[in-house]
Structures are given as structure tokens and as C-alpha cells.
Design a protein around this ligand. Sequence first.
Ligand code: 4AD
Ligand code: MG
Length: 479
Amino acid sequence: MMLIKEILALPADSREIRVYGWVRTKREMKNLVFVEVNDGSCIDSIQCTFERRETGEEDRSGKQPRGENSSAGADVFVPPENLSTGASVEIWGRLVPSPARGQAVEVAARGLRVIGEAPPETYPLQKKRHSPEFLREIAHLRARTNTSGAVARVRSRLAFAIHEFFQSRGFQYIHTPIITANDAEGAGAMFQVTTLDLEALARSGAPPDYSRDFFGKKTFLTVSGQLEAETYAAALSRVYTFGPTFRAEKSNTTRHLAEFWMIEPEAAFFHLEDNMALAEDFLKTLFSTALRDNAADLAFFDSHIEQGIIDNLQSLSVSRFAYMTYTEAMEELRKNADRFEFKPYWGCDLQSEHERFLTETVIRGPLIVTDYPKEIKAFYMKMNDDGKTVRAMDVLVPRLGEIIGGSEREENPEGLEQRIIGLGMSPADYSWYLDLRRYGTVPHSGFGLGFERLIQYVTGMANIRDVIPYPRAVGQAEF
Ligand code: 4AD
Ligand code: MG
């Protein structure tokens, strides 16, 4: 059994072929019936053409009969009643050159079997444009649309490319825990994991006793695998994680999910500059991979979702990223303060509007902003000599703003402990993390790429909820 992607790459040599997939469209002409079949192996459907001739009717086309049994007077093709959009089918015939534009081959079909019907009265995916909002409600069927299918193929290819990128550079893949007792970002936006009987607790009015909880302490879904990845970088030198992460932020935006996939490389003996170079190389490699291996999907996004996306990715994959410190970025923003709803000042967190202004208007491309004020960054970042800024780096891109966040890590045990205490956290909770600095400490750096933001960037999709099969966001956990 061949996939449609493989069939479409064959020469039109009249070989016998069988096609399996779902009907996208059926067009009935006087003498011909065209059935477009898609199996998701690629964006293109294969056209299967049936000749329909009444018995005794002459063949006036002068062309060769399409199927071996379809010469005038032989079989009459009558499309079955249940041959409709969404039905699954098996179609057999010969692979012949296609007279239609945009396809080299088609099936001169001889027979067809409807495997599973999709009654048009109830099947929600008819041949018309559906809004992303509507498709999210039927997320179990939306993979059958061109857009969701193309997104899924880009996701799959880039997930693999991420492994290829790191594996070819000596990074080992580390599986970090999903349930954890520590807050890796120190930001408090965590989902609690518990087996305590919340209803019984509420009835009793007693405070929860976590020593009786499943793990004997309070636990959460991880917001990042970084801290555990650091422990392995301090042994294997170069590691990366690629797993699900969870944030209970109530950000109802087009770029936030409550459950998303993150890639986090961590490398010993890497300084911030090495980290920045790695991030740039990483993104460019992923852009080139998508351009090369998802060309047809990207052509679809270019013509239907975001015009110019291919040109944009092409130029990005060869140009240098721009660099700027936070302080320089702030000067740029303050010169243009009247443009912003949130007035920028040194020390403020960069808002989405600021990030977009910097990349879209000032730089017109990817920008790495470094050396942020320590107050707005996580506790583990390495302090600069000025005592005010840390060795942080955010990669900002047009349309999205932040796509990568990372830093050089504080490798000095006293410095790190001071930061933990200063933020009101308990050094005892992080004693294992401090051990990395107490024993054989090394300079090291890493970053996190939000996988869905990458997919958004590469496909041009406007809403992050449409680049993951089943989005989880505030008030949304269907399927
Ligand atoms: O900037 P963040 O919070 O950094 C970390 O978690 C570090 N531990 C990474 C590291 O240095 N190893 O998150 C990293 C990236 C962001 O740049 C963004 O792309 C993505 O993760 N991200 C989200 N993506 C979707 N929904 C959310 N709620 C996200 N929060 C962060
Ligand atoms: Mg960040």
C-alpha cells in the first residue's frame, strides 16, 4: 500500500495503483467524475477520474479510454450515493499523465469502494472555508483540513530536525521530570499536582496536610526542565531537553498556552556569546529545514495564511541576527515612547508592543536583546559586574516578540545563594542546585525555545492554539 505522497512522485507509466484516503471533493461532469483524495501524507490530493458513459454512447473525445474496461459500451460508472466529502475510500485504476494543471499524474480510475461514509447532512467539514474558532471546536476533525494537516507535518519535521541539530553537535537528549517540587522560573505560575481529596478537605475546613499527599510534599507540573538539565550539563557537558511544560499564567493571548513544548539546550563551558551563536544557528537551521523539506506546506501557508513567509524565512536563514543590550533597546523605545500604551522606562519588563516595535520597526528581523535588569529575570542568571543587570538573552522576532529566552547561569555558589535569599526563596529547597556550584562548578549557559512559537513563526499562523493539536489555555481543555 502506497501513500499518496509516494504515488504522486511516480512516473505516469500506466501502472496499476490503489489509492486510500479521504474524499476532499467530488465533481460530477457530464462524462467524467473527478474525486480528489487526500491521505495527509502531503498537502496535495490525488485526482481520480472516472469515465461515465451511458451504454452504447460513443466516445467522441478521440482520446484513449482511461480505464481498461471503460471503452464505450462497457461498465457505466455511477458514483455511489455515499461518495461525499470526508468519506474514506479505496480507489483503483491506472496511473496516467494528468491533463489538469498543477499535477503530473492522476488515476484513471476503474473502481471504487467507500470504506466509511461521512453523511453531508452531519459531517461538519464541508468544502468551504471554516473559521479557526469553529475548527478549534472540532479539533478532533481539523487535522483533515489543509491548514491543520500542513501544521502537523511542519511540527513533525521540525521536531525531528531539533534532535538532528543537537545530536550532530554532541548534545545528549535528557528526559527531565514532569512532576516536580521546585519552581524553576521562580515565577509561581504552576499547576499543583495532588491526590488529596479536595472536596473532603473543603468539608472538614482543615488545612491540607501535604505530608499525606502522594509524594509526601507539595508538587507541581514543571514549568521548565532547565534546573535538572543543568545537573546533566555539569556531567555530560552538552545536553538538551524536549518535553511538555506547563504554565498556569492566565494570559489569554495568541502566543500563550498553558501546556506547551519546550526545547532547552544547556552547555557547560558556554558563555553568553556561545549561547547566542547557538540560538542563531539553531533557528536558521530549522528555517532552512522547513524550506527544504516542507516546501509544499510552506507554499500553502504563503498563499493562504501569511503572504511572503517563504521569502522571509529564506532571507532569515542567511542573514545575521542583530544584537542589542536591554539598555540600548530601552533608549530606542524611550525615543518612541509616544507610540506605546505601556510607557517604557529602564527597569520595566519589555511588553509585547515593545518587543514587536524593536524587531518589526527598528531591526526588521530577529534581534537578540541581552543584559536585562536582574529584577525582571529569573534567579539563576549570572550577575554582570555592574551588579544591576544579568547575562540574559531573549531572541525576539517580528509578529511574535519573544521566541527564545535564555542566559548564562550564575556559577558562583555564594552569588546564587544570595539571589535565592534576596527573592525570598529558600536555599534549602535548592540545595541540590547549589551543589552544582559547590562541586566542580563551571561557566554554563542555555536557553529555551517554545516549540509552538517556532511553528507559529514558520507557518505564519496567527494563533498559537492552531499550531498544537489540542490546545490547553485558560478555560480550554477539550478533548
Ligand atoms: O523565557 P522562558 O520562561 O524561559 C525558561 O523557561 C528558561 N528555563 C529557558 C532556559 O533558559 N532553559 O520560556 C522559554 C520560551 C519562551 O521564549 C517562549 O518561546 C516559550 O518558552 N514560552 C511559551 N510558549 C507558549 N506558551 C507559554 N505560556 C510560554 N511561556 C514561554
Ligand atoms: Mg522569557
